[in-house]
Design a protein around this ligand. Structure first.
Ligand SMILES: NC(=O)c1ccc[n+]([C@@H]2O[C@H](COP(=O)([O-])OP(=O)(O)OC[C@H]3O[C@@H](n4cnc5c(N)ncnc54)[C@H](O)[C@@H]3O)[C@@H](O)[C@H]2O)c1
Length: 435
């Protein structure tokens, strides 16, 4: 664990939440926070709001709610600023996303109608399926980043926020490999001025945030802050960063089930995963180049959990396939099917079938809320760079280049809770106590 001061600044004043992308996830997040504030809805799905944490030995019986013992920002203190490439306000965008019930929409209509997105920083080359016209006009990436900075300054002044967090909830950009332009901060800044072809909008948002000492979270699978230039800047400016790709539906289940099968030394011949999805995210992922970013993110989890190099007889020949089909009638109500071909004692073959009828944004919104609150905590605790303890929330957790990512949800949960204990000056729970 990285060294840090155990003194955590108290969360006084407002926390500004800066969100590029005001689609299904963002509007479900905004509406959910407002409904919780109005005491109309519970905060299910959110660990920060609903979860408890064990402190000390089992015999001490100390199991407080996380939010009662960890100094997190209060939901009443959150203020929002969004960007999108379409001008619809949050109420219209939420109606379009079709996630909330009519009663829920009505309860938050006033609140959502007042949130109008600022013009996004966009280049169609990176999201081929969208053609937004509500965009920044600057000539170079550098000019556009200055416009973005101006937006952030204006919002911060008007809303009188004392701290800010940025979370990328915009569409998945095409798959990119890190290149020379991404290798150092100076090469990247030169690229911004020269409009380098390998710089994508999500990188410019991330750069602007980190440059302004604003923690940055990447909820999509594209590179964004996951390049050496921006990690360098995060360290230089003492800013926490986290990503990438929220872990919500099928991959969440994968990282719950695979560790269990492996723990019992059951082998796997194949794991076939398919999805149907009909929201705008599904439409964007219908482009093979955007899908490649998602596929890479979804495929990475099993090999790390199963360690085929250590257990070649169990996992080396596993076929792992992931498909996403854009199927408009389904909207945000994604359906996924998994078929797992496994084998056990005497090589006997078995199968598991999973059919998850989930709601994509309903699963994602509490993840975003937790990340916002924990990243703000990280900054007030003096943590900087990649926040591996928040891997719990990501399909492709960012890690130091010297280490592999941890995908097993239960290892991730232990790491997250022990980090919270450490920040509070409590002992980590190792499950070694004998009382
Ligand atoms: N819903 C989930 O469970 C889940 C899980 C993991 C990751 N994600 C990722 O989260 C992101 C948001 O998902 P969603 O379902 O809300 O998608 P969405 O399509 O409903 O919303 C994305 C919004 O981003 C906007 N946008 C695109 N490029 C932009 C830019 N450069 N600047 C500003 N706005 C821009 C689009 O106009 C759209 O309104 C996607 O990248 C998705 O892959 C979602």
């Amino acid at each position: 664990m990285q060294k840090h001061s155990k003194t955590i600044q108290t969360p006084t004043g407002k926390l500004g939440i800066l969100i590029p992308g005001m689609g299904a996830v963002t509007t479900t997040l905004l509406a959910g926070i407002e409904l919780i504030r109005q005491n109309k809805m519970p905060s299910f799905g959110s660990v920060s709001q609903t979860g408890h944490i064990r402190l000390g030995k089992r015999s001490e019986m100390r199991q407080p709610r996380i939010r009662d013992v960890v100094p997190l920002a209060a939901l009443d203190d959150l203020a929002f600023c969004c960007w999108d490439i379409f001008p619809d306000n949050a109420y219209d965008a939420a109606r379009h996303a079709n996630v909330l019930t009519p009663e829920q929409l009505l309860s938050v209509k006033n609140f959502l109608s007042k949130i109008t997105p600022l013009p996004g920083l966009f280049d169609r080359k990176f999201v081929k399926k969208l053609d937004g016209r509500h965009i920044k006009k600057g000539r170079t990436w550098w000019d556009k980043h200055l416009e973005l900075q101006n937006d952030i300054d204006n919002f911060s002044r008007k809303s009188r926020v004392s701290r800010r967090i940025m979370v990328w909830c915009a569409s998945t950009e095409i798959f990119l490999e890190p290149s020379k332009t991404h290798a150092t901060l100076s090469a990247f800044e030169k690229g911004l001025r020269e409009n380098a072809a390998s710089i994508s909008p999500s990188m410019v948002y991330a750069y602007t945030a980190i440059k302004n000492k604003i923690p940055f979270i990447n909820g999509a699978p594209n590179l964004s802050c996951n390049i050496p230039a921006l990690t360098e800047l995060a360290h230089k400016n003492g800013v926490p960063i986290a990503g990438k790709d929220f872990k919500t539906g099928q991959t969440l289940l994968k990282t719950i089930i695979a560790p269990g099968l492996k723990a019992r030394m059951l082998g796997i011949d194949g794991w076939f995963s398919t999805n149907i999805l009909g929201n705008r995210d599904g439409e964007v992922l219908d482009d093979p180049e955007s899908f490649r970013s998602k596929e890479t993110s979804k495929l990475s989890v099993l090999r790390t959990i199963l360690q085929p190099d250590l257990y070649p007889e169990l996992y080396e020949h596993m076929n792992h396939m992931v498909r996403i089909n854009y199927y408009p009638p389904r909207g945000d109500r994604k359906e996924s099917w998994d078929n797992i071909d496994l084998f056990g004692w005497l090589g006997r073959k078995m199968q598991i079938k999973i059919n998850f009828l989930c709601e994509d944004s309903i699963l994602a919104a509490p993840v975003v809320l937790d990340l916002i609150l924990f990243m703000d905590l990280a900054q007030r605790a003096g943590l900087k760079g990649i926040q591996e303890w928040l891997s719990f929330y990501f399909k492709s957790p960012l890690t130091d280049p010297s280490a592999y990512p941890e995908h097993d949800l239960f290892i991730q949960q232990t790491k997250m809770k022990n980090t919270l204990r450490h920040l509070m000056g409590e002992k980590p729970v190792t499950h070694m106590d004998l009382e």
